[in-house]
Design a protein around this ligand. Structure first.
Ligand code: SF4
Length: 359
């Protein structure tokens, strides 16, 4: 059963590490965007009942509850098996949490990133560890106990000790799902740019190096496993039965439909992408291009710890890279299944690149 993704790329502030197509816009733009989003959802001819809904961003938790109710009310299939909203901690009231539950939302993903005051301050986020703890309780009281917490390894000032402290909060708050991302260093974020080109504004000089960040990630894998949160995808950890049903659709190349700026859709054969910029999306001037997925199953599926079962022609076609990575200990195979090893996870971008560029 397909999933529905709704993009809301508006934020109260731009976090220093963020390389998403999100930003801070005047309220009037947000209002016009919501109108455009509603029109796009209304125009959809539903050929199937959505199983999952995912409100991502940006910060969809900032949508006024009445607007959210109207928006989500346009999506058929309620009650959904999983309906997630991404939330910035620090602004979740009991009223808001109850409004989400009343809309059919049954899962919240909290963009915590760190529980350490100094690290959080530097990212531009406003919450404290205690606020996160209070909001976890507020959400549970409202009936939403299926929670994800995001953490980032590699933030400026992070040390093995401070990382263990953040993981200690995870242990106490006991969410069913945790995502751990290694800081992405590229020119699309202010921190990434500073790391690449120098500067002293965002703390790049105090960011852990690649090896240290990899060690922090490995620490998380170990600690989270001890808490019963098994790694099922490179960046995702869950208690058994709490893996994200919506996100699994992306990795298993199952169909989903996306609404809003930069949202992708996949009908099982072709991908479609809405215009990336908010202005183009609202005015309807941007192009939504179609992309064949072709070889994608191979490298997207390898993100899952369960691995993939290549078809006979894929074994033949990718024989050279498979052999090379088997020899290097980056992938392993058993019973016709191919999966990344622990070391392969750390070097996964290199592995994926090779499969992507292979003819
Ligand atoms: S990390 Fe999330 S909240 Fe921060 S700017 Fe990016 S999308 Fe917005």
């Amino acid at each position: 059963m397909p999933g529905v993704y709704v993009s809301y790329p508006f934020c109260a502030q731009k976090c220093t590490y963020c390389n998403f197509a999100s930003g801070v816009f005047p309220p009037a733009v947000e209002a016009r965007y919501l109108d455009a989003l509603e029109a796009e959802i209304r125009a959809c001819h539903w050929e199937w009942m959505p199983e999952t809904v995912y409100l991502g961003g940006g910060t969809p938790s900032n949508i006024d509850p009445d607007d959210l109710r109207a928006l989500v009310g346009l999506i058929p299939g309620r009650p959904w098996a999983e309906a997630t909203i991404e939330a910035a901690p620090g602004a979740i009231s009991g009223e808001r949490a109850r409004a989400w539950a009343a809309c059919g939302i049954n899962r919240v993903s909290l963009g915590v990133q760190s529980f350490i005051a100094k690290e959080i301050r530097r990212t531009g986020r406003k919450h404290t560890a205690q606020m996160v703890a209070d909001e976890v309780r507020i959400l549970c009281d409202a009936g939403i106990s299926n929670l994800n917490i995001d953490l980032i390894a590699g933030l400026p000032g992070q040390t093995e000790a401070s990382w263990r402290e953040s993981l200690g909060w995870i242990e106490r708050l006991a969410p069913a799902h945790v995502s751990v991302y290694m800081l992405e260093v590229d020119r699309d974020s202010r921190l990434g740019k500073e790391l690449l080109t120098g500067g002293a504004r965002y703390g790049a000089a105090e960011a852990p190096g690649d090896d240290e960040t990899a060690a922090l990630y490995e620490t998380a894998v170990e600690r989270l496993a001890a808490m019963g949160l098994a790694r099922y995808e490179i960046s995702n950890f869950a208690r058994a039965g709490f893996e994200s049903r919506h996100n699994l659709k992306y990795w298993k190349l199952e169909p989903y439909v996306g609404f809003g700026a930069d949202a992708h859709s996949f009908d099982g054969h072709l991908r479609k992408q809405n215009p990336e910029s908010v202005e183009e999306y609202i005015s309807g001037t941007g192009q939504a291009g179609g992309l064949p997925h072709d070889d994608e199953r191979f490298f997207v599926g390898l993100r899952l710890m369960a691995g993939i079962r290549p078809a006979p022609e894929e074994w033949r076609r990718f024989e050279r890279p498979i052999r090379r990575f088997l020899d290097a200990g980056l992938i392993e195979t058993a019973d016709g299944v191919l999966r990344l090893t622990g070391r392969g996870v750390l070097l996964s971008n290199e592995v994926f690149q090779e499969f992507l560029s292979h003819d």
